[in-house]
Ligand binder design. Structure first.
Ligand code: ATP
Length: 638
């Protein structure tokens, strides 16, 4: 709060209020953000930029926010930037009159096409200075580029990029290229953008309203905006609502509505039945099978013409509707009479209808990902429903699980092998719970999710009201880890030509760093290793990203861009002088590392930001220490 009092209007001579905010206002901010890793400083820089925009051309706030999150539409619309390097290299060469081969070799050397673009632009003679690029102009141009389709689209894209290039000045060309590549990566997380948006609106539009000190109001504003955005994840609604109505009653002006995915509630790991009983000693809970498939958030509603609409969203709010036409078709006959609209939380699981048996996740992953036609489907899927978030115009997030389950019962008509309720039971007896866990595993699921019966639905939270109990807890850590491969060492002997081992990292959202947690080199089949090597070769970059945190004594032969997410199993965790995961959290100066990691599977459904966090690693380390201490004291007593 104190830092905001030093806010100054910065002078941009190009800033003609009638023409809108110059793009340079943002790229200068990006540059400053890229030079720091301090989260507070990043928030401050971005807030002040948003404040300037609100003061002088508030209509540019929405495109500015989109440019900061590097998107041109809400995530669930699937309209993405992410142009291939080859197209961009051609566009840079054409627009600046440089040879493609030169651009390519400079790119290979520096690892950042943005820097190459800035220097190519810098050495180009400009005969007629063009008007400055604007924030809204850039947003429109990026959107048009993302939307271009058809046989001539590559040429159209190159032309559009060329035009932007010729008008760019200073650092702008670099950010144009990085944005188009879909890797702006200046260490700006979406949560920080939401915080800055809230702070800027509070300071410019709402600074006198509300109770408490400015610091308290800033915190509350950020919480409000994040909460509203998790239920209404589209800036097209949230930003205008903020500008028009401020922070009070924001949820009324940016409400949840079917058709917009909600970030799902997630569970915390536990190490065994006794931990569950300890944690839930004074509340009623239920256990459900933890099915091993893909999360499916199913939205059913009627459009203005009275036609039933169905949309299916993944764990990461991606639109999976075209992957599951069979489920879409099924919905009409699976809903009870009188159901006009509903949002169901389910797991889509591969299912053998003859044998009435759940099939492993690997079978589900063989299904095509997009534009599937019903006749081509070979893997049948059963939906296991476990929650209901919305029913006939009524929001259920604030209702306890017991109430939501009752509604779920009144929405779904169970049909074996097509749509079923998640198997559940209530007990406090250790033997019964262990028996149910064993049954769950025998039925082909991952274990159990234990849920408190009075808990509300907490979107995007890894909640203490949902505890997962996986069979893995019997043989190592309580849970698997989702890690990002950021480097690799070349293979030797039989593994020559591919990679022999990989450097893996977890995510620290506070520092916006990917922190190394272990090296993995065993447990792969040669075939699997070749497949992984082929996949990862496409992500090689010249040097490590600024936000990679690694030990100086563990430098891989090649670095990767943070793209892939792998799920790994661990024997245990230990304090490490080399690895940086959760540095300073469990130990004052050291990090945590995983011992004996084994690859479980590649997680195509997760982004690097969804990797296991430093906080989760610390919790698991502390949990493990606790369990070991208990075991030891039991042994001592015996
Ligand atoms: P994982 O790596 O185990 O998939 P995750 O981080 O994606 O973990 P978790 O918090 O571990 O998510 O577990 C929640 C996931 O478990 C949900 O996203 C859902 O896909 C799946 N799931 C299966 N059965 C249930 C259930 N009965 N209730 C809630 N989630 C369930």
């Amino acid at each position: 709060a104190a830092l905001y009092s030093e806010f100054k209007e910065e002078d941009y001579e190009d800033w003609d209020a009638a023409k809108g905010a110059p793009y340079k206002v943002l790229t200068d901010t990006f540059q400053k953000i890229g030079n720091t890793t301090k989260r507070l400083e990043i928030t401050l820089l971005l807030t002040n930029t948003f404040r300037r925009i609100i003061k002088r051309s508030a209509g540019d706030l929405l495109p500015a926010v989109y440019l900061c999150v590097n998107r041109v539409a809400p995530a669930h619309e699937g309209l993405e930037l992410g142009l291939g390097d080859a197209t961009l290299i051609k566009a840079i060469a054409q627009a600046t009159g440089k040879k493609e081969a030169l651009i390519k070799s400079q790119y290979e050397e520096s690892g950042d096409l943005g820097t190459v673009a800035v220097s190519a632009r810098h050495t180009q003679r400009v005969l007629f200075p063009l008007p400055p690029l604007t924030i809204s102009g850039m947003f429109q141009a990026f959107k048009a580029i993302a939307m271009a389709q058809g046989s001539k689209s590559q040429d159209q894209k190159k032309q559009m990029i060329g035009k932007l290039f010729v008008s760019s000045k200073g650092n702008e060309a670099g950010y144009i290229v990085r944005s188009l590549q879909g890797k702006l990566r200046i260490g700006l997380a979406e949560q920080t953008v939401l915080t800055s948006l809230a702070h800027a609106v509070l300071l410019e539009r709402d600074s006198t309203s509300g109770k408490g000190s400015l610091a308290e109001r800033l915190e509350k504003a950020a919480q409000t905006v994040k909460q509203v955005y998790s239920l209404c994840p589209t800036y097209n609604v949230v930003v205008p609502a903020l500008l028009e109505h401020g922070l009070d009653d924001l949820s009324k002006h940016a409400p949840f509505s079917p058709g917009m995915p909600v970030r799902p509630m997630l569970a915390k790991p536990t190490s065994g039945v006794s931990e569950v009983l300890d944690k839930f000693s004074d509340c009623a809970f239920t256990c459900e099978y933890k099915y091993d498939g893909e999360r499916a958030q199913i939205h059913v509603w009627h459009d203005d013409a009275g036609k039933q609409k169905v949309q299916i969203y993944s764990r990461n709010a991606e639109n999976n509707t075209s992957k599951y036409p069979d489920l879409v078709a099924r919905m009409a006959s699976c809903l009870k009479e009188g159901v006009k609209s509903a949002v169901l939380d389910c797991e889509a699981v591969a299912y053998d209808i003859q044998q009435k048996r759940i099939l492993p996740f690997q079978v589900l992953s063989t299904r095509a990902r997009k534009d599937v036609t019903v006749t081509d489907i070979k893997v049948q899927v059963c939906l296991f429903c476990f929650d209901c978030l919305y029913f006939n115009g009524r929001l259920l997030f604030q209702e306890p699980l017991t109430g939501r389950r009752q509604v779920l019962n009144s929405v779904i008509k169970e049909k074996e092998g097509e749509i079923q309720f998640a198997k559940a039971m209530v007990s406090r007896e250790v033997e019964e719970l262990e028996g149910f866990l064993n049954d769950a595993v025998a039925a082909g699921t991952e274990g159990l999710i234990v849920k408190t019966l009075d808990a509300t639905y907490e979107p995007s939270q890894r909640s203490l009201n949902w505890l997962k109990l996986k069979k893995d807890y019997l043989e190592g850590c309580g849970d698997t880890f989702d890690v990002v491969p950021i480097g690799a060492w070349h293979g030797k002997g039989k593994r020559k030509g591919g990679y022999g081992s990989f450097l893996l990292a977890i995510y620290n959202p506070g520092l916006e760093e990917l922190q190394t947690i272990c090296k993995i080199g065993t447990g792969f089949s040669e075939e699997q290793l070749k497949e992984l090597s082929d996949q990862m070769r496409g992500y090689v970059i010249g040097k490590p990203k600024k936000y990679y945190s690694y030990g100086e004594t563990l430098i891989p032969d090649v670095w990767f861009d943070a793209k892939a997410v792998w799920e790994i199993k661990a024997a245990d965790l230990s304090i490490s002088p080399v690895h940086q995961a959760a540095r300073g959290m469990a130990d004052p100066s050291k990090g945590i590392s995983i011992r004996f990691p084994r690859l479980v599977r590649v997680r195509d459904d997760k982004a690097p930001e969804d990797a296991t966090t430093a906080e989760q690693v610390t919790e698991m380390y502390q949990q493990q220490t606790l369990v070991q201490a208990k075991k030891k004291s039991r042994r001592d007593m015996d």
